[in-house]
Design a binder for this molecule. Sequence first.
Ligand code: ZN
Length: 202
Amino acid sequence: MASQGESIESLTRLKETFRKLPGIGPRNAERLAFHILREPRDFAAALAQALIDVKDKVLHCKVCFNLTETDPCSICSNANRDQGEVWVVEQPKDLLVLEATGLIRGTYHVLMGHISPLEGVEPEDLTVSALVDRVKSGTVREVVLALNPTVDGDGTALHLQDVLSQLGVQVTRPARGLAVGSQLEYATTGMLEAAIRGKANM
Ligand SMILES: [Zn+2]
């Protein structure tokens, strides 16, 4: 006879897996697990397939490091985009924020983070050398440093300006419409538009 405290192994395993996700505590993990249990099997199958697909199909564009299922990504391979203008962002989610404004005619370069002496992140840990190679290839006319207006974002921008200006490319930054210490991803559309339209030389 099953005792009240009997553990159901597969349910426990699901709860423990959910707990490994960011922001999910034991109570939320339990709620999610019981939610899955109540849903039809099709839902669980679709969720499982979506998880596998994102791991198997999503990769980084070898030109700009954007997340994509085709390489190069749809932006890098789009002849209507200005390949001479490159907007440098910290993370793929920042690219999505800028792209959603519909104001960017150029392309992007995702650094995959920012330089941070405190966290031990050096330029070599980012995609800086790939950006330098892109500029050296001669197709890039202007690099816009759209980094977060934080201490590390500013430090990263200064480093990039230093490296890139030696290559004779124009280096600009979006206007300072964003509050110091804020993150690009939380900016309002109006703030972003003002910042994008007001970009200026560093
Ligand atoms: Zn790309």
